[in-house]
Design a protein around this ligand. Structure first.
Ligand SMILES: Cc1ncc(COP(=O)(O)O)c(C=O)c1O
Length: 355
């Protein structure tokens, strides 16, 4: 099915005000937004139009009952300046997974991809060309029906906005393994990218930061021993030459970087196991000297090397003797900028000129 997307562009782009070498994180937005309404059981009126405030009824159900989900992805430029998306079909699938879990309508995947492509084509002047920089894309859906009462809403908005982002400074990070608060339990919403998951994580993250840590390492809800994931990243450990990452058990987000890193590690010849990993096992590996490396994976930073994990009254030091993470980071960035062959066919090119 092909969709007709109405396009109404600005006359003067604000991109001329942007210093691409000094992009304020998360605060700069492009000129347009993609908007589509869910009305009478259908997605209607897909449109790209100038970014503006959206009037919101104070009874909009997302504000009260939290039916709100989102995605995060990046557009980059290849060597000849063609905009590209990284595995957008995976974000479309995950958005719909989240929608089903949260009692929200699925968004047609073909319209998701077409809307993104046209939106990125319109905003291509905002894609920073530097390696490690990108145009961050934020597709999201929320219940905008005004209603007081606990039921699934019947009116929703699906929107895509974009924000240019510079390269992240890749310092090794410190994690605080949380033993009081939890992010997700089996049967909860951990595998959905639901706004409420992040709301519940804000206070514990602020507390971890006040103790000198960068992010929270989330553990299982029963014993605070099985490792789930990091703030906005999945996690990998290299123990005795082999890579381990927590299996997807319903409480862990199915990260698209995680999936891609598993493929890259296997392609480099490493064994990767997706299974339960306990804190006791990590402590034992540190004691034996076999905890060779650990890193987080996620769209924002791609790879973040881990230096230390605080757990109860212990500090677990992670060695950095075999930085495979750096090789993975360089490979991901290289694929995203067309400098390294995309042998997995992950990149989706965007037409420079709209049809
Ligand atoms: C809780 C959480 N886990 C993991 C990830 C990594 O997912 P992805 O690689 O798709 O960005 C994210 C970021 O989206 C996240 O918010």
């Amino acid at each position: 099915m092909s969709y007709t997307i109405k396009i109404n562009t600005v006359i003067n782009s604000k991109v001329t005000d942007l210093d691409f070498n000094n992009i304020p994180l998360g605060r700069t937005f492009t000129d347009h937004m993609f908007v589509c309404d869910y009305d009478n059981g259908q997605w209607v009126n897909p449109e790209i139009r100038p970014l503006e405030m959206i009037p919101t009824h104070p009874a909009a159900m997302a504000l009260h009952y939290g039916q709100a989900i989102f995605e995060g992805m990046k557009a980059t430029l290849d060597e000849v300046g063609t905009p590209m998306l990284f595995r957008p079909e995976k974000n479309a699938e995950r958005l719909n997974f989240s929608a089903r879990r949260m009692g929200m309508p699925e968004f047609p995947e073909a319209l998701f991809i077409e809307g993104l492509k046209q939106f990125v084509s319109v905003e291509q002047g905002w894609i920073p060309p530097q390696e490690g920089s990108a145009l961050y894309l934020r597709p999201f859906m929320y219940a905008d029906e005004p209603f007081i009462g606990m039921r699934a809403a019947t009116h929703f908005k699906f929107i895509i906005i974009a924000s240019p982002s510079g390269p992240f400074f890749n310092k090794r990070i410190k994690l605080f393994a949380e033993t009081k608060y939890i992010r997700a339990a089996h049967g909860g919403t951990g595998e959905a990218k639901a706004a409420g998951n992040y709301a519940a994580a804000i206070r514990p993250t602020e507390l971890a930061k006040s103790k000198g840590y960068d992010q929270v390492l989330w553990l299982d809800a029963q014993n605070f021993n099985t490792i789930q994931e990091v703030g906005t990243m999945n996690i990998f450990f290299k123990i005795d030459g082999e890579f381990l990452t927590p299996k997807l058990d319903g409480a862990v987000l199915n990260g698209i970087t995680r999936l891609s890193v598993i493929d890259l590690l296997r392609d480099f010849g490493y064994q990767v196991k997706e299974r339960d990993i306990s804190m006791s096992e990590i402590i034992e590996a540190e004691e034996k000297g076999t905890l060779e490396e650990a890193f987080g994976t996620g769209t924002a930073v791609a790879i973040a090397m881990i230096q230390e994990i605080g757990y109860k009254d212990q500090k677990i030091h992670v060695s950095n003797e075999s930085p495979v993470g750096q090789k993975i980071l360089d490979t991901l960035n290289g694929i995203r900028n067309g400098k390294i062959e995309d042998k997995f066919n992950w990149m989706v090119k965007v037409e420079k000129e709209l049809a």
